[in-house]
Design a protein around this ligand. Structure first.
Ligand code: ADP
Length: 242
């Protein structure tokens, strides 16, 4: 019989045989490019990999979309909806592959909520506490770039910034480009605090794609040194159950 054991918290290393690698950074910092390249490299090296993105669960997707469209959400309701979304994804998509000894790659993780929600007005300690149920990553990378670099990359081949991407809901400026800079600057300030608080590994996002990928592979190899991809066995009354 499978029983519910106490889940690990965000403050302690997770007990699963798999490994969790996460990337963070503002839009246009190049994190998805790097994670996709790492994904291909890991698969080609024979690892079983599972990839997941922020805000992709069906559970609250529609509510968030409608709320955004009609500007119905307050910073707190926004934050709780994202946390619900994440909790759903964690139990259904992240923990199972970790238990099965896979490498999980997450494009954005709880630090995205820590930065965005605080910029939108929620208390830093409150949002950190909200996500205490999360699994602690084995490798957490923060891609740091100046706003001008990310803006140039995003607008390359595109004409307009999206409403929420530019932080237009905050009413910082009527000009999307100006609003983007003000909004993302605040996000950057939060990321700087977060990266120190949680000891995230800072990657220079202005370096070439090739150079950054070399670094990522080196760090991943080091992290996988003691990796033994055995399935997760849970001890209960001297019987091991999956
Ligand atoms: P993010 O996931 O952080 O939003 P992306 O990986 O989608 O960023 O990259 C945004 C754009 O910038 C893409 O067009 C990508 O090809 C380009 N890009 C990514 N990394 C670099 C880099 N190191 N130098 C120049 N352009 C880059």
């Amino acid at each position: 019989m499978i029983t519910h054991s106490r889940r690990p918290t965000f403050s302690e290393p997770h007990p699963y045989p798999g490994r969790l690698i996460i990337v963070e950074g503002i839009d246009g910092s190049g994190k998805s490019t790097q994670l996709q390249l790492l994904n291909k490299w890991l698969v080609n090296s024979g690892y079983r990999v599972f990839f997941t993105e922020w805000n992709s669960s069906a559970l609250v997707k529609e509510t968030i979309r409608r709320g955004k469209k009609r500007n119905l959400l307050t910073p707190t309701t926004f934050s709780i909806l994202h946390a619900t979304d994440f909790a759903d994804r964690l139990v259904h998509l992240i923990v199972p592959p970790l238990k099965a000894g896979m490498i999980v790659l997450a494009d954005r993780y709880v630090y995205t909520a820590f930065s965005r929600d605080v910029v939108r007005g929620v208390h830093p300690a409150w949002v950190r506490n909200l996500y205490e149920f999360a699994v602690k990553p084995d490798l957490a990378l923060y891609f740091k770039v100046p706003i001008e670099v990310s803006l140039k990359r995003i607008l390359n081949g595109r004409i307009n910034l999206k409403f929420h991407e530019a932080g237009m809901d905050l009413g910082l400026s009527d000009n999307p480009s100006e609003s983007f800079k003000l909004f993302q600057n605040r996000i950057l300030e939060e990321y700087d605090k977060i990266s120190k608080e949680y000891d995230l590994t800072v990657i220079d996002g202005t370096a070439t794609i090739h150079r950054q990928q070399e670094l990522l592979r080196k760090m991943t190899k080091e992290m996988l040194q003691d990796f033994r991809p055995m399935p997760y066995l849970q001890k209960k009354e001297n019987i091991y159950v999956r």
